[in-house]
Structure formats: structure tokens, C-alpha cells
Write a protein that binds this ligand. Structure first.
Ligand SMILES: O=C(O)CCC(=O)C(=O)O
Ligand SMILES: [Fe+2]
Length: 362
């Protein structure tokens, strides 16, 4: 029997405060999406109208051979245009990727009281939607984030259902991210050493995202429009699909068009975050993206966010500013940048405004 929610408050309490999440709502037997989840027309995603991105995945194993420079160019080109690309032969075993998806399903199958135990921010947090207290319309998504501090803490605080696989994923994807960041910084004409790179990717967080099957997917949104704030994000998506990226500057698609990043078995999705856009003075694109809900099955995704350490100051690199003749961003403390992002509802690329020159924040 579906619970009856007499006011929007009782729905909010059930989903957000009591920890049932969207999954609890769906499990309760609802046959249509509640009002609080209905997006205004301009935010809805029309599956039929969007094209699928047909760019082939980049083979990272070729970085070690004769085709090194070609692969470097592919990575740089992708970062300068769409800001999203997929990689294969990335060093993360395919069995691990399968186990991760299974672990995500296992975690979200737990009853709410067992998931709510993992609400010890900023270490770890099980929750629903991005910032429910600030959002008029909620996202059709539950998630848990796990912030990495040490292996010991991870094994102590993270859920049994996923801690070992998430930790392995975090380690292996971190290695890949370091390689990609080294390439991208190097192509800006800037020499980097291990400590510089570590400063840019030293804060690591893994999310398990869970998008339950939705009775009216055309009315809702799984994840609202946003860009990721860190340096680089690595994302595992399952076979269901629904991730869309807005074209900012690409030869093969129209500016402003939303392209779907299709699931490719065994591939990982890489996207550039705000930090790299700021550092490169706008040359690398932190793409706006969002996620559609689906009617058939629950979708899971597992992003690993590699971010600067909170004490890092991020601003356009001096060598790039000299070349460009102007700085498009100011220098900010990553801690402040992060607090601004998490203190507001998602709003496309608005997060970058915080680091723009002559904005209202200074
Ligand atoms: O689920 C996805 O495909 C993307 C999720 C995402 O953009 C995020 O967690 O930042
Ligand atoms: Fe994202």
C-alpha cells in the first residue's frame, strides 16, 4: 500500500529526513511522480531529440607505445572541446567495475535505518537529491559519498557492502587521473612535479549514485545541470544510459546541444572539472552535464572526484595568463570554492562565477 502524503512536508520528511530516499518512495508503490519531483519544462530532458556522442573511446594503454603523442593529442583535444571523453584499457580491471556496480545495488537495497548510519559528514554521507533544503524540485536520485582520508578510515567507516571495491577503484583511478593531469598541465607549457600534481588531486571522493526506475521519467531529472568542481572526474556508468553533456565548443556538434555519453562496456568516462578550466584560463572545458531518469530499471553510477586539497589556491597559471594577455579568473582558495558549490542548489556552470573576475562575491 503506497503511503499517502497529505502535504509536501510529509513527503519531504519521508524521503529526506527519514532516509527513505527516492528508492523508498518507489518501493512504497507510487504509480506517478509526486509534484515535488516535477521539473519545469525547460529542465526536462527529451530523449528522442538528443543525439548520442559517437566519439570513439581513447585507448590509454597506447600512451606507453609508439602512439604516445597521438593519444596525448586526443586527450588534449577532448579537454579543449567537449570536456568529456571515454577511455578503455585504463588499468582498472573489468571484474572490479562489475563488482562496483553490484556493490552499489547491494548498498541501496539496505533498509533506510541501515543507510542512515552512514551520515557522518564530511567523512561520509548517505542522502537524496543534491541540496533538498534549497531545491524547489528534487532530483530523482539517492547517493552516498565517501571522502578518502586513509585506508584505515575507509575500512572503518565505509559500508561493508562496498568498502573494499571502492577503495581499490579509488586507488586505480587516482593513478590514471595523475597521468591525465600531468599531460594536460604539460600541454599548457607548464612544468609540474609530483607535489604540484598532488596538490591538484589530493582530495578524493567516491560517490555511489542510485537512480531508481521512475514512473514518469520525462517529467523528472536524475541529476540536475551542473559542472564538477574538482580537477578531473572518472565515472563508471552501467548499461542503462542517461548521461548528457552540453556542447560548449566542439567541431562536430552545435553549441548548446545536449549530447548523450553512451555506455560502452568496460569504458570509463572522464570529465574535466572547474579547477582545470580555471587553471587553464578557460582553455579546458568543464562541461555542464545532467542525468535523465529511466522507467525500466534502476541506474547506478560511480564517480571518483579528484579535487585540489582544500588549502590549495587555484587560479589561472601565470604562464597561461602571460600567453593569453589576461586572466579570466581570480585566484581562490579551493576550500571557499567548494563551500560555495555545496551551499547552493545546482545551477549549470554557475559554480564558476565564484572564480570570475569582478563578480558579486568579492
Ligand atoms: O550519474 C552520472 O552519470 C553522472 C553523475 C554526476 O554527474 C555526478 O555525480 O557529479
Ligand atoms: Fe557530475
Amino acid at each position: 500500500m503506497a503511503p499517502s502524503f497529505n502535504s509536501s512536508n510529509s513527503l519531504y520528511d519521508f524521503v529526506v529526513k527519514d532516509g527513505y530516499g527516492v528508492k523508498g518512495l518507489v518501493d512504497s508503490g507510487i504509480s506517478e511522480v509526486p509534484e515535488r519531483y516535477i521539473q519545469p519544462l525547460e529542465e526536462r530532458i527529451n530523449k528522442q531529440e538528443s543525439r548520442v556522442c559517437d566519439v570513439a573511446p581513447i585507448d590509454l594503454s597506447k600512451l606507453k607505445g609508439a602512439e604516445h603523442e597521438k593519444v596525448v593529442d586526443e586527450i588534449v583535444r577532448a579537454a579543449e572541446t567537449l570536456g568529456f571523453f571515454q577511455v578503455v584499457n585504463h588499468g582498472v580491471p573489468l571484474e572490479l567495475l562489475e563488482s562496483l556496480k553490484d556493490a552499489a545495488h547491494a548498498f541501496f537495497s539496505l533498509p533506510p535505518e541501515k543507510k542512515l548510519v552512514y551520515c557522518i559528514p564530511p567523512k561520509i554521507k548517505y542522502a537524496t537529491s543534491f541540496a533538498p533544503e534549497k531545491e524547489k524540485v528534487l532530483e530523482w536520485k539517492d547517493f552516498i559519498y565517501m571522502m578518502y582520508s586513509s585506508d584505515e578510515d575507509a575500512l572503518q567507516y565505509w559500508p561493508n557492502q562496498c568498502k573494499e571495491v571502492v577503495l581499490k577503484y579509488l586507488k586505480l583511478t587516482s593513478e590514471m587521473v595523475r597521468g591525465i593531469v600531468e599531460i594536460l598541465i604539460g600541454k599548457l607549457g607548464v612544468e609540474s612535479d609530483d607535489s604540484k600534481i598532488e596538490g591538484l588531486v589530493g582530495l578524493k571522493k567516491v560517490n555511489l549514485n542510485y537512480y531508481p526506475a521512475c514512473p514518469n521519467p520525462e517529467l523528472t531529472v536524475g541529476a540536475g545541470r551542473h559542472s564538477d568542481i574538482g580537477t578531473v572526474t572518472v565515472l563508471l556508468q552501467d548499461g542503462i544510459g542517461g548521461l548528457y553533456v552540453k556542447v560548449e565548443d566542439d567541431n562536430d556538434a552545435a553549441k548548446g546541444e545536449w549530447l548523450e555519453i553512451p555506455p560502452i562496456p568496460g569504458a570509463l568516462v572522464i570529465n574535466i572539472g572547474d579547477t582545470l578550466e580555471i587553471l587553464s584560463n578557460g582553455r579546458y572545458k568543464s562541461a555542464e552535464h545532467r542525468v535523465r531518469a529511466t522507467s525500466s530499471q534502476a541506474r547506478v553510477s560511480v564517480p571518483m572526484f579528484a579535487m585540489p586539497t582544500p588549502t590549495e589556491r587555484i587560479g589561472p597559471l601565470p604562464q597561461v595568463v602571460i600567453k593569453d594577455g589576461l586572466a579570466r579568473y581570480r585566484e581562490v582558495l579551493f576550500f571557499d570554492y567548494m563551500n560555495n558549490f555545496f551551499g547552493n542548489a545546482l545551477a549549470g556552470k554557475k559554480s564558476l562565477e565564484f572564480a570570475k573576475k569582478n563578480n558579486n562575491y568579492t
